[in-house]
Structure formats: C-alpha cells, structure tokens
Design a protein around this ligand. Sequence first.
Ligand SMILES: Cc1cc2nc3c(=O)[nH]c(=O)nc-3n(C[C@H](O)[C@H](O)[C@H](O)COP(=O)(O)O)c2cc1C
Length: 199
Amino acid sequence: MLLDLLKKRSSVRNFIDKDIPDEIINYILEAGRISPSGGNEQPWKFGVINNQELIRKISEIAYNQKWIRNANLLIVLCTYIVSDERGGRDIQKARFPELEHEIEKMDKELYSKLNQEEHQTKIVGTHMVLAALEHGIGSTWVSYFKVDQLSKLLGLPESYIPAEIIAFGYPNDEMKVTKKKSIDEIIFYNSEFTEETER
Ligand SMILES: Cc1cc2nc3c(=O)[nH]c(=O)nc-3n(C[C@H](O)[C@H](O)[C@H](O)COP(=O)(O)O)c2cc1C
C-alpha cells in the first residue's frame, strides 16, 4: 500500500559506500519522467551526478553540507524558466490579480529568477524519492545551495536553473520516522479556518 511506503520515508543523510545499480537508477528516473506538470509541459531536465569529485563540489556549493559527500548519487532537478515570452508573467498576474501592477513592474531578470517552475520539480522529486525507497534507498532533498554556482558547475544554459538536489544512497542505519503534526492540527473543512486552526 502506498501509505505504508510513505510512512517509512524519512530523510537519510548517512549513507554506506555502496553503488546504486544502474537498473535502479533508471527506475528512479522513470518514476520522475512520468510526473504530472502544468499543461503537461514537463519543463525539466534531470542531472544524474555519480562522479564523487562533482558530488564533493556540489556539497560545497550547498553551503558546505558535508553529509552530501557520502551520497552515492545526486539527482539535480533542473527546470526551465518560464520567460515573459512564453506567458509566464501572465500566469502569475492571473493567479494574483490584486498584484497585477506590481508583477508587471518587476525587473525582467528578477522576475525570471523568482518564477522558475520550481514547484513542478517537487512532484518529480516526490516520485523519485518513493521509487528509491521501494528499493531500500534513502534520500534527502536539498534546496539550500547557491543556484548560480551550481548552474555553472553543471554547464547549464541560461534558460535552465537547478531547482532541487536530491541525494540518494543506502542508509547507514535504520531509518527513524520524523515526528509530524496530527491530522487535527492541519485540516479544516469548507470555510471553517478558525483562529484555532491557524495556530
Ligand atoms: C524542499 C525541501 C528542501 C530541503 N532542503 C534541505 C537541505 O538543504 N538540507 C537538508 O539537510 N535537508 C533538507 N531538507 C530535508 C528536511 O529537513 C526534512 O524533509 C524535514 O526535516 C522533515 O524530515 P523528514 O524528511 O525525515 O520527514 C529539505 C526538504 C525539502 C522538502
């Protein structure tokens, strides 16, 4: 059952030194490939990083998160920037009509950087993490990194941006499930978002 798998997942940052077989890497990539996306645009490229020297450099770019060095595999989820030309700004104006004027005034470069289709790769990553877990492989998402430096390191063209890194490997110790909020704390029905719900 899917919920059983979901309940087993927790972030893993301590990995053993064991390569992930190619067929499992392909399984993980395939799980990402079939993700949904707005308009089925699939605005992504998946960087498969299995070179240890490159992994070390990426750990430095990720504000020196040293644990990343132990990962056997990084997948960098890259997404292209929905430029003004492709109607990206219009979508944002439609979503936030009260800010239409401000969105219109935003500097083009800043707008592009802030409006990458990052949210789309979150679904890809979720598929990948679960596909990996099915094969006993742990993972952790990494968003805390210098985007420009990683772009340069991977040789990405200007139209693409690295949105997420996911670090994969076989866990060194038993995975401990992280405590989550209870259902009561996070749901509300219909229009009943009360002050109590907010806390
Ligand atoms: C979008 C996203 C970005 C994250 N970035 C980092 C990161 O840069 N470094 C890190 O160690 N963990 C990172 N994490 C892992 C979170 O800290 C972790 O998911 C959270 O503490 C909940 O624990 P769990 O994954 O075990 O449920 C990230 C998680 C998500 C979903």
